[in-house]
Design a protein around this ligand. Structure first.
Ligand code: ATP
Ligand code: MG
Length: 339
């Protein structure tokens, strides 16, 4: 089904489950700002605090992380005037629609979700029900705006397919054409930034090892040190992309360089092919520091005025509810709730 009936609208979110990483920046934030600035879409960006508590969060730390995440959005170029920027729990229609979607999604669909398997680990019996139901809330986050496009990292592809399945089943079960079939937008050189310690694992803000990731608040020395110690193989860099086959760590560093420089991996290798990592890593560190340090200093400046951050979030939530209230009311009517 085409989405021609729906106005072009972007929604995406990030969990305040820890400090922001390079993966969040290159896979999400940088692209959020780009999509806002392209001007083809209305853009709506959210700090998904209700998702974060699907694994235990210390309450004071969660508040701090939510405000710091807001500062991270703004410092990365998301403008709270141009985009709608808010935290999820201030817009109750997300959770209300998620309940409806819990009745639409099937156990078998959620049982296949790899994020749940990864996060629950060996102790599935002890994982929260919320962690299992995470994808229905994510579908609600998106569909409560009738969003047509969702920029995300590659790890969220499966959840977006589930969002499409939920929209299609709702439309089918109730005989309506109410929810759009949303398009994932997974583009650029860094759709999956990998751990610096293990090229087979994605970089995550919740990874216990701080050496596995670059945090957006790391200073120049920390960034250079982590890249110097990043795991690599002993060979020189290839001149062509096919030379990165079976070299996940090398591929990761090239992809990071390409994303920062707005180049393709092919273009980067044309320049650096033949170099040893001992020469390439300092080049990458210099590029990373030059892009990240203005963002992290802007984040700490914004964090000095928390009242201003809270005001931005409240205002964003009010604007969001102008969209979500009528869509929830219509959904309740379709489902048969007396109002
Ligand atoms: P957590 O470990 O708590 O799940 P996270 O770092 O995965 O945290 P999320 O809030 O789950 O961050 O994801 C926010 C956005 O960042 C999503 O669009 C996700 O796809 C993207 N993202 C997360 N990690 C990476 C990564 N390593 N590379 C590219 N994009 C990423
Ligand atoms: Mg994640």
């Amino acid at each position: 089904m085409a989405n021609t009936a729906f106005q072009p609208r972007v929604f995406s979110g990030i969990q305040p489950s820890g400090g922001l990483t390079l993966g969040n920046y290159l896979g999400a934030l940088k692209r959020f700002a780009d999509m806002q600035n392209e001007g083809n879409f209305e853009t709506i960006y959210c700090m998904v605090d209700l998702h974060a508590i699907t694994v235990w969060q210390d309450p004071e730390t969660l508040k701090r992380n939510t405000r710091e995440l807001c500062a991270g959005f703004i410092a990365s170029g998301v403008d709270p005037e141009k985009s709608i920027l808010f935290n999820q729990s201030q817009v109750p229609e997300h959770a209300q629609l998620a309940w409806i979607f819990n009745t639409v999604a099937r156990m078998g669909w959620l049982n296949r979700m790899t994020q749940f398997k990864d996060k629950a680990g060996k102790n599935r019996e002890n994982a929260s029900v919320g962690l299992f139901a995470y994808p229905s809330l994510m579908a609600a986050d998106i569909l409560i705006y009738h969003a047509t496009h969702v920029p995300v990292g590659d790890d969220q592809k499966q959840h977006l397919e589930l969002t499409r399945d939920i929209a299609a089943k709702f439309n089918h079960d109730y005989g309506v054409d109410f929810f759009p079939i949303t398009e994932p937008v997974i583009e650029g050189a860094a759709t999956r930034v990998m751990s610096l310690r293990d090229g087979s694992k994605k970089m995550s803000k919740s990874d216990p090892s701080d050496m596995s990731r670059i945090n957006m608040t790391d200073d120049a020395d920390a960034i250079a040190g982590k890249l110097r110690k990043a795991r690599t193989d002993p060979d020189a860099l290839p001149s062509e992309v096919k030379g990165l086959d079976d070299r996940p760590e090398a591929r990761n560093l090239i992809n990071i360089y390409a994303a920062f420089a707005d180049m393709t991996p092919e273009q980067v290798l044309a320049d650096v092919g033949g170099k040893q990592f001992s020469e390439f890593k300092p080049m990458l560190a210099e590029l990373a520091v030059s892009k990240l340090s203005p963002i992290s200093s802007e984040m700490s400046r914004l964090m000095q005025d928390q009242d201003e951050i809270d005001k931005i979030l409240r205002r964003g939530a009010e604007r969001a509810r102008e969209i979500t209230e009528p869509i929830l009311a219509k959904t309740y009517d379709i489902v048969g709730m007396v109002r």
